[in-house]
Design a protein around this ligand. Structure first.
Ligand code: UDP
Ligand code: MG
Length: 330
């Protein structure tokens, strides 16, 4: 019998968990042929999310949980979950019921047909402001143009992944994660199914605009170095025109002699170039920061508790960093 794991990252989701549990279990109770594991990753919630999950586990042995040592954000919560799931396939589901569990049977059907990554694509974006719709569609356009990988638009993390995709993702240990891009990057046989994304069932979204901008920068800088090239190209173009301007200035001076004018053009050029230079340094800094963060080579997360077991972070072999990181990620 194959095991299917359902991975649910949860951060302050006390209002919605009961509803989620009910809807999810009604669906999977009706599916035979599979053994289910429901793994909650409690991402450092400050409400009683963990207690609710623990109470589920007392009643239902399909429930597992992973309690992270603090709030790491959804991207990290997901990789933590992927490290711990046992299934032959994993379905990643949001806790807030924006990803309808009713799609699970269809995903499983395609999985049996041999697809590795069955992702749910939003037909509509109910409950989202027009500003969010516009910004997100522009972002996707830019990212696709720059990175040359077919990023799936209007798709979240709601998907079924075959074990080999899970293992592929687990090998990608970068600390600043843009998981949505990684799903595309690993490849394998993909299948999209369409659905209408509901507004959040209860509770509040954890995304602020600032965090979304952050994620957008993350998405671009982790998948393409095109912005670095842009500043180089821009530099070339400006240098070219500056050269023409120089010829003109020299010629003018030789023919008409020297007059001390040109303060406005001087000022404009200095300010404009200064701006471009700062921007370019900023872009370089963005990438340098990523290099800095990755070279620290820290474990991606720490576990406080896995299914009632306290994690001690014991070091098995102090000589070997590899051993430590493997241990932590297991
Ligand atoms: N989430 C998380 N850690 C965080 C923020 C969010 O694990 O720091 C989880 C959250 O509990 C939910 C999912 O990620 O299950 C999606 O979050 P949310 O609904 O706030 O995002 P949105 O649907 O608005 O994009
Ligand atoms: Mg949501």
């Amino acid at each position: 019998m194959k095991t299917v794991s359902i991975l649910i990252p949860a951060y302050n989701e006390k209002d919605v968990l009961n509803l989620l549990y009910e809807r999810l279990t009604t669906i999977i109770d009706n599916i035979g042929y599979y053994q289910f594991e429901i793994l909650f990753v409690n991402d450092g919630s400050v409400d009683n999310t963990l207690d609710i999950i623990k109470s589920f586990r007392k009643l239902d042995n399909r429930i597992s949980y992973l309690n992270l040592s603090r709030n790491y954000g959804k991207e990290t919560a997901m990789i933590a979950g992927l490290d711990y799931v046992k299934g032959d396939a994993v379905i990643i589901l949001d806790a807030d019921l924006q990803d309808p569990p009713e799609l699970i049977p269809e995903m499983l059907r395609y999985w049996e047909e041999g697809y590795d990554d069955i992702f749910a694509k939003r037909r509509s974006r109910a409950g989202e402001t027009w500003l969010k719709k516009i910004t997100s569609s522009t972002f996707y356009k830019v990212l696709k143009k720059m990175s040359n990988i077919p990023i799936q638009e209007d798709t979240g993390d709601f998907r079924l992944l075959d074990r080999r995709c899970v293992n592929a993702l687990r090998k990608m240990r970068e600390s600043q994660r843009y998981t949505k891009g990684m799903f595309s990057w690993i490849g394998y046989k993909k299948k999209e199914i369409l659905f209408d994304r509901d507004p959040r069932a209860a509770g509040e979204t954890k995304w602020s605009y600032l965090k979304l901008i952050d994620l957008a920068i993350e998405g671009i800088t982790s998948f393409t170095i095109a912005p670095l090239r842009f500043s180089a190209i821009f530099g070339c173009i400006i240098s070219f025109f500056a050269f023409l301007y120089m010829l003109w200035t020299i010629g003018k001076t030789l023919i008409f002699g020297e007059t001390v004018t040109g303060y406005p053009s001087l000022m404009t050029a200095i300010l404009f170039l200064g701006g471009i230079q700062l921007l370019s340094i900023g872009i370089i800094g963005e990438y340098l920061g990523r290099v800095f963060n990755e070279t620290k080579n820290r474990p991606l997360y720490y576990i406080d508790e896995y299914n009632n077991e306290r994690e001690n972070n014991e070091i098995i072999n102090p000589d070997s960093i590899v051993a430590i990181s493997n241990y932590v990620s297991k």
